[in-house]
Ligand binder design. Structure first.
Ligand SMILES: Nc1ncnc2c1ncn2[C@@H]1O[C@H](COP(=O)(O)OP(=O)(O)OP(=O)(O)O)[C@@H](O)[C@H]1O
Ligand SMILES: [Mg+2]
Length: 239
């Protein structure tokens, strides 16, 4: 058993494949997603745009295995994510997915470095290797000087860097981000836009959901637009 997935699927299959995916909440309202077909290749940075309520977060949650479709299939890195039980789903997120949210979701009782170490500890990575990796990430993301600080003392932009470091700790095949600049001012947003663009340039596959057109412009190799739970536009972004 390998605990750590390779950085990208190497056999030409799409890393992410959604087929006819729908998600209804069964209250007679319109479905959050309706018949979405989507493939993401390794190395892409896909930005999912669309108005509020169009299903963007729902889509991200389905890819992360945090929610299940009511129809269709979700395959990531060869794994039928929509069929995983609870434990396998948690293991999948731990080993193959990095998640970044609008409001960081860091643990304020832990220091920055302990926040970043947490996913590796949960995955059982040897402590020395985990420490080495965490130090490397903090350095790369420009937050090494905050290693012993508690996240509550950092700015929004710095906190989001810590959250990205944590998300990258287990070398995920796929980084998922939901409005990663949504809570940041313009300058801090610029830093995170550059950071994500740099990670993608280094080969990290990213799917991000955002209202931030500057983020899409800075980072995305392709954008899709959702309206009322359907993909209405799918376009590469000229480099
Ligand atoms: N747990 C839930 N129960 C019922 N309806 C839900 C639930 N979660 C989402 N929805 C509905 O599904 C639709 C899509 O929601 P979603 O959160 O995916 O939109 P979004 O595009 O991320 O919006 P925003 O840009 O505001 O974050 C909305 O109409 C929403 O009300
Ligand atoms: Mg949302």
């Amino acid at each position: 058993m390998t605990m750590y997935a390779p950085a990208q699927s190497a056999d030409g299959r799409p890393l992410v494949e959604l087929r006819e995916v729908s998600r209804s909440y069964g209250q007679g309202g319109p479905p959050a997603l309706a018949g979405v077909d989507l493939r993401v290749a390794a190395g892409e940075c896909l930005a999912v745009l669309g108005p509020s309520g169009s299903g963007k977060s729902t889509l991200l949650h389905l890819i992360a295995g945090l929610d299940r479709p009511t129809g269709g299939s979700v395959t990531v890195d060869g794994l039928r994510v929509d069929r995983l039980g609870e434990a396998a789903s948690a293991r999948y997120r731990r080993s193959r997915i990095g998640l970044v949210f609008q409001f960081f979701q860091l643990l304020d009782d832990l220091t920055v470095v302990d926040n970043v170490l947490l996913p590796a500890q949960l995955a059982g990575l040897p402590r020395a290797e985990a420490r080495r990796r965490a130090a490397e990430l903090l350095e790369r993301l420009g937050i090494a000087r905050y290693a012993g600080t508690h996240p509550g003392r950092l700015s929004g932009g710095e906190r989001q860097r810590v959250a990205v470091a944590r998300a990258l700790m287990n070398r995920p095949a796929l980084l998922l981000a939901d409005e990663p600049t949504g809570a940041l001012d313009s300058a801090a947003g610029d830093g995170v836009r550059e950071l994500l663009a740099g990670l993608n340039a280094d080969g990290q596959t990213i799917v991000l959901v955002t209202h931030d057109l500057r983020l899409a412009a800075a980072c995305a190799t392709r954008t899709v637009e959702l309206v009322d739970g359907r993909v209405v536009r799918d376009a590469g972004v000229a480099a």
